[in-house]
Ligand binder design. Structure first.
Ligand code: GTP
Ligand code: MG
Length: 464
């Protein structure tokens, strides 16, 4: 995309998290960034310093007799080779709410406007430095919960997904161009059939590529949002102990009193590159205790919403009716059965368990920690059959908006293919093919809609 910097107003925000810290950064972007910074800065003449330099000085209040606010380092980055493609100034000040807020106020009083969430990144998009899917990758990168999620986001930021989408769109344009040629020069016999056949073959190839992209989406979504994993079982079987083992930290309260966990507790943990959103639940059983009752209801709801259920049984006691009920309730969910407390004499044998090839059964003891490693391995295998290879994170669709657009493009291609197969004329199929081209363009923002853009960037944090 060409760099065409439009002259927008100059925006400013605190780019570091609020609170106390060694350093905080107030960032400005826009054609007035340097001039505004200069008004409140005592040090070198910023209009004369070289680009990509950091400069020592003081922030002063020009409206209050040059009162000193802080000792700072000011980074100067001149357009167009900056994050936003505009002049960018970053004031590195001392961290702390008072200092950073006062500097921000000064900047605003001297001509800048407070940036909206994501507005710096939006500028990078509007100025043509990155496309929409790359902008979204910035947010994914900030929010990455595991190293694999970070890699996938970084690849998307590098433009890997954009490149694949651009190629697909080009292939569609090539088909459409071919159709135009044949429609314009229909003089030779059989032009229509040849065109139709060619369109069909190429549409099938494009459809296959979209399908393979969509195939990465399940893994991609897990990488991004974490796998909702509910730990369920009767009271006292060791659910909270298991959560603590997987977290490698004593987060949940464990006691020998049944009914210790009364409300769901959730934590993120990285298991072999899979971000698990672990949900420890209250023991499921009949109870008249009002508080416990609500907990039990929430446990049942957690099963409904889970991508994976860890069913914990106490292997040192015979299987109870309540255990059986849980096994039935989770029969159609992705699950792993844990025979816990195997450090004690066993009272459940595998033959007591449902005969179900899909379900892995693991013996665990949260006391000896037996079974924790095998459990982690199985969880990783369930979602990433061969582990996550570099190849897979190269292009991975992680974003719900992208998934939905790819799905719609796939539907459009399916219509093209079934139409052509049924002998419909090419110019009818052409309409849906063009629709697929438009839908793919929405991923990269080549066809963008003002309202959609606002919604997207609103999800960003301030100062990014
Ligand atoms: N021997 C043995 N005891 C265990 C094991 N796992 C948990 N326990 C004990 O079992 C008791 C209950 O453990 P919790 O982790 O609180 O069980 P829970 O399923 O969360 O119980 P509720 O929250 O009450 O539903 C505690 O005394 C644990 O120390 C195990 O593998 N072996
Ligand atoms: Mg518990």
């Amino acid at each position: 995309m060409p760099l065409m910097t439009t002259d927008y107003d100059t925006i400013a925000a605190i780019s570091t998290p609020p609170g106390v810290g060694g350093i905080a950064i107030v960032r400005l972007s826009g054609s007035e960034a340097l001039a505004i910074a200069q008004q409140i800065y005592r040090g070198k003449d910023l209009s004369q310093v070289a680009t990509d330099t950091i400069n020592y000085g003081h922030i002063v209040d020009p409206q209050a007799e040059q009162r000193e606010i802080d000792e700072v380092m000011v980074s100067v980055m001149r357009a167009p080779k900056t994050y936003t493609c505009e002049d960018v100034v970053e004031i590195n000040c001392h961290g702390g709410l008072q200092v950073t807020n006062q500097i921000l106020q000064l900047v605003l009083r001297n001509g800048a406007r407070l940036a909206e969430p994501g507005e710096f990144t939006k500028r990078a998009f509007l100025n043509g430095r990155i496309d929409l899917s790359q902008s979204e990758a910035v947010m994914d990168l900030i929010e990455a919960k595991t190293d694999t999620a970070r890699k996938a986001a970084l690849n998307q930021l590098d433009g890997n997904l954009s490149a694949v989408i651009k190629k697909l769109r080009q292939s569609i344009v090539d088909i459409l161009a071919n159709v135009e040629v044949n429609i314009d020069y229909p003089e030779y016999d059989g032009a229509e059939e040849v065109t139709s056949q060619l369109m069909l073959e190429r549409s099938e190839a494009i459809k296959a590529k979209i399908q393979s992209l969509l195939a990465t989406a399940e893994q991609g979504k897990v990488l991004r949002d974490g796998l909702n994993t509910a730990i369920v079982g009767r009271p006292n079987v060791g659910k909270s102990s298991l959560l603590n083992r997987l977290l490698h930290e004593e987060k949940a309260i464990v006691t020998d009193v049944p009914g210790t966990t009364r409300d769901v507790l959730d934590e993120y943990v990285n298991v072999a590159g899979v971000p698990l959103h672990l949900i420890d639940t209250a023991g499921i059983h009949e109870t008249t205790d009002q508080v416990e009752k609500i907990g039990v209801e929430r446990s049942r709801a957690a099963i409904e919403q889970a991508d994976l259920v860890l069913v914990v049984l106490n292997a040192s006691e015979p299987l109870t009716a309540a255990d059986q009920e849980l096994l039935d309730a989770t029969a159609h969910t992705k699950r792993i059965i844990l025979l816990n407390k195997t450090d004690l004499p066993a009272r459940i044998t595998p033959s007591d368990l449902p005969d179900d090839e899909q379900t892995a059964v693991i013996k665990t003891s949260t006391v000896t920690e037996d079974g924790t490693k095998p459990l982690e391995t199985i969880i990783a295998k369930l979602f990433f059959t061969d582990g996550i290879s570099r190849q897979q994170t190269d292009v991975m669709v992680t974003n719900a908006r992208h998934i939905s657009l790819l799905q719609q493009a796939l539907d459009a291609l399916t219509t093209v293919i079934s139409g052509l197969t049924a002998g419909l004329p090419v110019d009818i199929a052409q309409i849906d093919l063009q629709r697929a081209w438009e839908l793919l363009g929405e991923i990269t923002g080549d066809n963008y809609d003002e309202e959609l853009m606002d919604q997207l960037f609103e999800q960003f944090c301030i100062g990014k």
